[in-house]
Design a protein around this ligand. Structure first.
Ligand code: NAD
Ligand code: DAU
Length: 346
């Protein structure tokens, strides 16, 4: 058996990664380490095999706890744990720097102390900043790191911490940089699940600015397959951009959701823009395709339809979140914005 250590495995992407590996990699055993912040949800692991998967509650910034949780003969650490929401980083950046930067350093130190063979850092296209509209430009692995939000800055800093561990201590590390994920079990603070949940409840859909910011969407399972291939085939010290060549304007995504749910476009409310709102993300995934042999399998149309179905069929999962601390967050983030909204810039 190959034992791996995954952080953040009660969150959206890493819980999908756990499911994927348990289904497709019979020789893998997983230690899943997560602090269970507001975004960590043990319901995301319901039904997961308890023989090849062990859950440990802990903070990646807690050196003692991390060092004792990383198992002997650990083959790889996959660092997914992070504060991941841009809007929250605008309200307060402290937790982002703590978890995303200090936590990554603690994990790298544990990797060295425990003789872990490979470190996989789950990064994001946001470290490369924003591309101009209709420019025909794409993010490549050679694009400079120009983060614009506190979240993106903390993820860029984490990449530098990984680089330094490699250059200074010879840690074998690879980095993946993916675009916007969607799929089941995504916390409903992010665009797609927020819009699905609001539409299902006939509540307003708050679209920032003119709604024409572009994101490059990918199904979470396609992202997870790319991460595994980066671990298996990636060259030490390399970064791999992961994207499905699927650029969409936010307003088109929102309209597709309303259409699929049979809800009226009158639910759309244009609200005050996000501060420092990146205009466009677009990834050139050629390197991952050529060097890792990766290609996405799930089309946007099929992936969005199955995601909407999942939220329709799992309304209790959504309601458990919406009935907790989320309510206060939502009021703080959207209360004044929605009260002041109404104009349509189009
Ligand atoms: P998420 O917010 O859904 O989950 C984050 C998980 O990390 C939660 O389970 C949380 O409890 C855990 N966590 C947070 N702080 C921790 C700490 N100090 N110690 C231990 N665990 C902690 O995030 P996600 O959307 O699944 O993103 C996972 C990773 O993928 C992040 O590193 C993010 O930057 C990266 N990423 C996300 C996207 C996306 O579209 N969501 C795209 C590219 C990269
Ligand atoms: O690109 C990868 C990144 O994608 C990840 O690194 C981040 O962890 C992830 O959160 C995501 O960041 P974004 O800021 O792009 O995702 P978000 O879902 O927050 O917003 C997507 C777009 O939708 C963005 O242009 C802002 C807009 N938006 C978002 C929300 C929550 C709205 O118009 N209204 C909203 O209520």
């Amino acid at each position: 058996m190959t034992t791996i250590f995954i952080t953040g495995g009660a969150g959206f992407i890493a819980s999908a990664f756990v499911r994927l590996l348990l289904a497709e990699q019979p020789d893998v055993r997983i230690v899943n380490y997560d602090a269970l912040t507001y975004a960590g949800n043990l319901e995301n692991l319901t039904g997961v095999d308890e023989v090849r998967h062990v859950f440990v509650k802990g903070d990646i910034c807690d050196r003692t706890s991390v060092t004792s949780a990383v198992p002997e003969n650990c083959e790889a650490i996959f660092n997914f744990a992070a504060e991941s929401h841009v809007d929250r980083s605008i309200l307060s950046a402290d937790e982002f720097l703590r978890t995303n930067v200090i936590g990554t350093q603690v994990l790298l130190d544990a990797a060295r102390a425990k003789g872990v063979r490979r470190f996989v850092q789950i990064s994001t296209d946001e470290v490369m900043g924003s591309l101009p509209d209709n420019s025909g430009l794409f993010f490549s692995e050679d694009s400079p790191l120009r983060p614009n939000s506190p979240y993106a800055a903390s993820k860029a800093a984490a990449e530098f911490v990984v680089r330094a561990a490699r250059e200074t201590h010879g840690v074998d590390a690879v980095i993946t940089r993916c675009g916007n994920n969607y799929g089941p079990r995504q916390f409903p603070e992010k665009l797609i699940p927020l819009m699905i949940a609001n539409a299902m409840n006939d509540q307003p859909l708050p679209v920032y600015g003119d709604g024409r910011n572009v994101r490059d969407w990918i199904h979470v399972d396609d992202h997870c397959r790319a991460i595994w291939l980066a671990y298996e085939k990636g060259a030490p010290g390399e970064a791999y951009n992961i994207g499905a060549r699927n650029e969409r304007e936010n307003i088109d995504v929102v309209r597709s959701i309303l259409n699929a749910l049979g809800k009226p476009e009158s639910l759309i409310k244009y609200v005050e823009d996000r501060l420092g709102h990146d205009r466009r993300y677009a990834i050139d995934p050629s390197k991952a395709e050529t060097e890792l042999g990766w290609t996405p399998r799930i089309t946007w149309e099929a992936g969005l339809a199955s995601t909407i179905d999942w939220y329709r069929e799992n309304q209790t999962w959504v309601e458990h979140i919406r009935s907790g601390d989320y309510r206060a967050y939502y009021d703080r983030m959207y209360g004044a914005r929605l009260n002041a909204s109404g104009s349509n810039p189009a």
